[in-house]
Design a protein around this ligand. Structure first.
Ligand SMILES: Nc1ncnc2c1ncn2[C@@H]1O[C@H](COP(=O)(O)OP(=O)(O)OP(=O)(O)O)[C@@H](O)[C@H]1O
Ligand SMILES: [Mg+2]
Length: 240
């Protein structure tokens, strides 16, 4: 579904992503984990069309999307839940969700989807008319995911869903992501923490210093410390 090949992204002289190759098959939940500054957000922003790659290719559903405009990528089925959620704090929950529905031409189906996302996140129905800034961190994360789902993505990309949330809330967010993936939605998730990754991932890539230093199936990573070793750069790996 998504094929990223030798993707290089720079901020001026700084190389944030260095020849990154990752693919995501339909129905998968692919995770990219890595420490602070590894290039995780840069990767998702580039895929969403917010940054231009210096080199490499990205194909989505067989078509090259390098340098595509964000709205067009969004209509094409790529949705991003950005780091720190980026909800409109002074608007109501309803208004925030309406933003997700804006790109939809099929208004009747969009309304049905609104019901469905509120079944998935009942708190949003309870707080529908309330100001989004008054929601807790976990509720805001649910709102950000719901807003992205209303774009009816084929691939949902989420930047650090567990960031700043209490463990119980992370459990809830991960349970919803698991339900969405079980329902057929393809996920590409980046996380700084490796704690929950194996609960949901089908495949994991460890990113450090802009390079993929380990790629494996979640099943293979479930035993042993390979993921942690790659993350922290043990086992004699050269630092980037
Ligand atoms: N707008 C920018 N201008 C210049 N450098 C940037 C910019 N955004 C990110 N960087 C740098 O690019 C590198 C990768 O940053 P990125 O935000 O992608 O990392 P990350 O893995 O998402 O980190 P975190 O876990 O802290 O969110 C870092 O060295 C960062 O300082
Ligand atoms: Mg980031």
């Amino acid at each position: 579904m998504l094929d990223i090949t030798d993707l290089t992204v720079r901020y001026g002289k700084l190389t944030a992503l260095d020849e990154v190759t990752i693919s995501v098959a339909e129905g998968e939940a692919v995770f990219v984990v890595g420490p602070n500054g590894a290039g995780k957000s840069t990767l998702l922003k580039t895929l969403a069309g917010l940054l231009r790659p210096a080199a490499g290719q990205v194909a989505f559903q067989g078509r090259p999307i390098n340098g595509g405009a964000p709205e067009r990528l969004c209509r094409g089925g790529l949705a991003l839940v950005p780091e720190g959620r980026h909800i409109f704090r002074t608007l109501t929950v309803q208004e925030n969700l309406a933003v997700g529905m804006m790109i939809r031409r099929d208004k009747a189906a969009a309304k049905a989807d609104l019901d469905r996302v509120m079944d998935l996140f009942p708190i949003l129905r309870d707080r529908f008319g309330g100001i989004a800034g008054n929601l807790s961190g976990g509720e805001q994360q649910q709102l950000a995911i719901a807003r992205a789902l209303l774009q009816r993505p084929r691939l949902l990309m989420i930047d650090e869903p567990s960031l700043g949330l209490a463990p119980l809330v992370i459990d809830q967010v991960y349970a919803s992501l698991k339900a969405l993936n079980a329902d057929g939605l393809t996920l590409l998730v980046v996380e700084q923490s490796t704690a929950r990754v194996l609960d949901l991932a089908t495949r994991v890539h460890v990113l450090r210093g802009g390079r993929v230093v380990l790629s494996d199936t979640a099943a293979a990573l479930a035993t042993g410390d390979a993921m942690e070793e790659a993350y922290f750069g043990y086992a004699g790996q050269a630092d980037a």
